[in-house]
Each structure stands twice: as structure tokens, then as C-alpha cells.
Design a protein around this ligand. Structure first.
Ligand SMILES: Cc1cc2nc3c(=O)[nH]c(=O)nc-3n(C[C@H](O)[C@H](O)[C@H](O)COP(=O)(O)OP(=O)(O)OC[C@H]3O[C@@H](n4cnc5c(N)ncnc54)[C@H](O)[C@@H]3O)c2cc1C
Length: 389
């Protein structure tokens, strides 16, 4: 009698969540199929916003055996945070020494490339193409990508906010429509000023600023606001960004004094959305959403990459349990994501409530405790993955 083969696991998405899930599955001995098209940065430049890695990510990277990736030259420790939030003055917020080690300012595309390479080295069978179709029947998924036809007993959806498969299997909720204007600014080589390495957060009546110096000397600059509060033609040139900066108290001055040149910003969705449940069964085949597909958080928390890592590890472990006959961890995974979302919403309300100067302005009024808890339910399949701000 031949032993029944363990059904395979498929991972969709080539960001941090997808790569981390592949690593964890390979560690456990179940090398997955990995449907992951190309580099996950913005198509035209390879750049990707979101470079601040929280200290809490370190033990997760250690568990995956890839903590050494943080030593690559494109990354640097993030050891100071200055914020003007709740008052006009900049205050230092780095009083806590993190036992895990410092947070990091990453070269995000390089980090994702290195993590992906480790996942492939560990055994993930990568298909460099987008998922074209997914159907579940009789305990299996049938997936099509890049001309390949794949059968899998479990599907891990790490396709980011798009949640390409799982958004039609669960209900999607949204707490806000936060949008980010983001750009990387180059310093004028003739400038004599050595730019500060502190990360800067500054609140304003219509949103808030984030600025952080990358290891390569560029400045990551993000303006967070709501789509209806963004200037017209914000991404057509640098004029709208310049006008916004002129209204800031600190960040505009920093940029001017250090001689950073404005660049045309791009727009990204950055709101808080989540799926309920984040995992389940479809015709006997298991599925789980992870990373942004499961829960995408307002970047004020700097939790996005950490969430991608912990959900990847937990969902990969639940997937292996499921295909070897134990569905209980999958239920526990879905419950942990729900609990994480509730914790995040509470923390988010507290953070926004700490800025009382602008309570009369729509951006801040929309984020008071009452409004934050009144999440809008969006239909499973009809919710746009990237609401067009
Ligand atoms: C402006 C901004 C700033 C941020 N700043 C920070 C920060 O400082 N720190 C932090 O921790 N987090 C930050 N975040 C959040 C963080 O970037 C995300 O939480 C993180 O990228 C989630 O990783 P992921 O792998 O789940 O999704 P993604 O990084 O979105 O990756 C999803 C992948 O799935 C792929 N995909 C999509 N559709 C398909 C398909 N049909 N088939 C196959 N693959 C598909 C995509 O190409 C992509 O590669 C920020 C987010 C934004 C928008």
C-alpha cells in the first residue's frame, strides 16, 4: 500500500508576506508553489513606500532564519524619532530602548528581493506570473498562472490589498480611506548640510507628514490625508507638494535647509481594511489571507511589515496542520487576526486622539473613537482593492 501524499500548498503574492510564508513552509518541509510576478515595487522605478521596520519584526525574522538580511549595506538602524504631534514643537520619542534591537530604515525593494531569493533557495517553486484563475472543488484548489495548472490542498493569499482570491470568500471591512502621497527626494550634491537621521512625524490640519533618510542619502517623504482633502493634480508635478510643504511648520523647513529637491509624488491607498474571517475552508480546501490581504493598517503604526511576517508564519503553520488533518490551528489563526485588528483599532484611536489641536478638521474628526469603531462593511467581492483616491 502506498502512503497518501500530503496535498501541496500554494502561496499567491511576492511581497514580504508571500516570501515569509514560503520560507516557513519550506522550513517545515512543505516547499510550496509560489505564484509571484516580478518585483513588487512600483512598476516604473522599482521603488516601494514603507521602509520603517519596527523592532518587533526582529524575532520574526530570526525565526525565519533571515535576521542577517538586516546587515546589508542598504539598510540602517532607525534610532531617533522626532514628532510634532499634539503640540507645535518637535519632541524626541525614542526614550524606550527596544530589547529586540533597533527598528530599521530599509532599502525596501532590496529587502524584498533578498527575502524572495532566500525563499527560492529554501525550496519554493516560484512561478513568475500573476494568478489568472482559482477554483476550489472536492478538497483542492485548481490554480492557473503563467500557463501552469496547479493543484493544491491549501491556498495562502498574500496578494496585498488586492486579496485576489480571499476577498470573495470573506467580508471586507474598512475603517478609513487614508491615502498617501509619497516620493523619494534627492539632495542637491552641492548642499553643505548633513541631513538629520532622525525620522520626523508632523501632524497638520488635513493629515500628517512622515520623513526618513534612507541609507543611500535620499529622503522618503510621505503625506497622509484623505482622498477628498488632497489637492487637485497632486501627482501631476511638484507644485501641489510644494504648497502642502509650505503649510508645514517643520518638515518643509528641513527639506529646504538640507537642499532636497522635490520629486513628483505618487499616490497609494494606505487605509485600514481587513477581512473577516481571515481563514476558512472552501469545498474542503483550506485558505488563509495574510499580510495586507488579511489586515492592512494605517502606516502610523509602522506595523505593516511586522503584520506581514507574523501572519505569514502563523498562516503557514496553520496550512501545514490543515493539510495533515488538523483544522484547529486555522480557526485559531482567524481569531488571532480578528483580535489583532481590534487591538490595532483601539491603539489607532488613541494615537489620533492625542492630537487635539485639529479636532474640528474633517481628517481628525473622522478618526475619533466613535468614528473609528464604526467601520464600514463592504461587500466581499465588490469592494475595490485599491479605492481610487
Ligand atoms: C505609503 C505607505 C507607507 C507604508 N509605510 C510602512 C512602514 O514604514 N512600515 C511598515 O511596516 N509598513 C508600512 N506600510 C505597509 C506595508 O508596506 C505593507 O503592510 C506590506 O507591504 C504588506 O506586505 P504584503 O506582502 O502583505 O503585501 P504587498 O507588499 O502589497 O505584496 C503583495 C504582492 O502580491 C502581488 N500580487 C497582487 N496581485 C497578484 C496576483 N493576481 N497574482 C500574484 N501576485 C499578485 C503584488 O504584485 C505584490 O508583490 C506602508 C504602506 C504604504 C501604502
Amino acid at each position: 500500500m502506498t502512503a497518501r501524499a500530503t496535498p501541496s500548498v500554494a502561496v499567491i503574492g511576492g511581497g514580504i508576506a508571500g516570501a515569509a510564508a514560503c520560507l516557513r513552509l519550506s522550513q517545515i518541509g512543505l516547499a510550496p508553489f509560489w505564484i509571484a510576478p516580478g518585483v513588487s515595487g512600483a512598476a516604473d522605478s522599482g521603488d516601494k513606500p514603507g521602509e520603517h521596520l519596527a523592532p518587533a519584526a526582529r524575532p520574526l525574522l530570526a525565526k525565519l532564519g533571515v535576521l542577517d538580511l538586516l546587515a546589508a549595506p542598504g539598510h540602517r538602524p532607525a534610532n531617533a524619532l522626532l514628532s510634532a504631534w499634539g503640540g507645535p514643537r518637535l519632541a524626541e520619542r525614542n526614550a524606550i530602548v527596544h530589547l529586540e534591537g533597533p527598528g530599521m530604515v530599509l532599502d525596501r525593494p532590496a529587502f524584498e528581493r533578498d527575502l524572495s531569493a532566500r525563499a527560492v533557495d529554501a525550496g519554493a517553486r516560484r512561478i513568475d506570473a500573476p494568478l489568472e484563475a482559482a477554483e476550489s472543488a472536492e478538497g483542492h484548489w485548481r490554480l492557473c498562472a503563467g500557463g501552469a495548472d496547479i493543484a493544491a490542498g491549501f491556498l495562502l493569499d498574500a496578494s496585498g490589498r488586492a486579496a485576489v482570491v480571499t476577498r470573495s470568500r470573506a467580508r471586507r471591512f474598512r475603517a478609513d480611506r487614508l491615502a498617501a502621497l509619497w516620493a523619494f527626494l534627492e539632495q542637491n550634491p552641492a548642499s553643505p548640510v548633513v541631513p538629520t537621521r532622525a525620522t520626523l512625524i508632523e501632524s497638520a490640519p488635513d493629515g500628517w507628514w512622515y520623513a526618513a533618510l534612507l541609507a543611500d542619502g535620499r529622503l522618503a517623504l510621505n503625506w497622509y490625508s484623505d482622498p477628498d482633502l488632497l489637492p487637485l493634480e497632486a501627482t501631476r508635478g511638484t507644485a501641489a507638494l510644494a504648497a502642502l510643504l509650505a503649510g508645514s511648520r517643520h518638515v518643509g523647513r528641513w527639506i529646504d535647509e538640507a537642499g532636497f529637491r522635490l520629486a513628483v509624488p505618487r499616490l497609494a491607498s494606505a487605509g485600514t481594511t481587513w477581512l473577516t474571517p481571515a481563514a476558512g475552508e472552501a469545498e474542503g480546501a483550506g485558505w488563509a489571507a495574510l499580510g495586507d490581504a488579511a489586515a492592512a493598517f494605517d502606516p502610523l503604526s509602522s506595523h505593516g511589515m511586522t503584520t506581514a511576517l507574523w501572519t505569514a508564519i502563523a498562516a503557514a503553520e496553520a496550512a501545514v496542520a490543515f493539510v495533515t488533518g488538523d483544522p484547529a490551528p486555522l480557526g485559531r489563526y482567524a481569531a488571532a487576526v480578528t483580535a489583532g485588528v481590534q487591538d490595532f483599532l483601539a491603539a489607532r484611536s488613541g494615537l489620533y486622539a492625542a492630537e487635539a489641536r485639529f479636532v474640528e478638521h474633517p481628517f481628525w474628526r473622522r478618526r475619533t473613537a466613535t468614528h473609528a469603531s464604526a467601520a464600514i462593511e463592504a461587500p466581499g467581492s465588490g469592494c475595490p482593492s485599491n479605492p481610487d483616491p
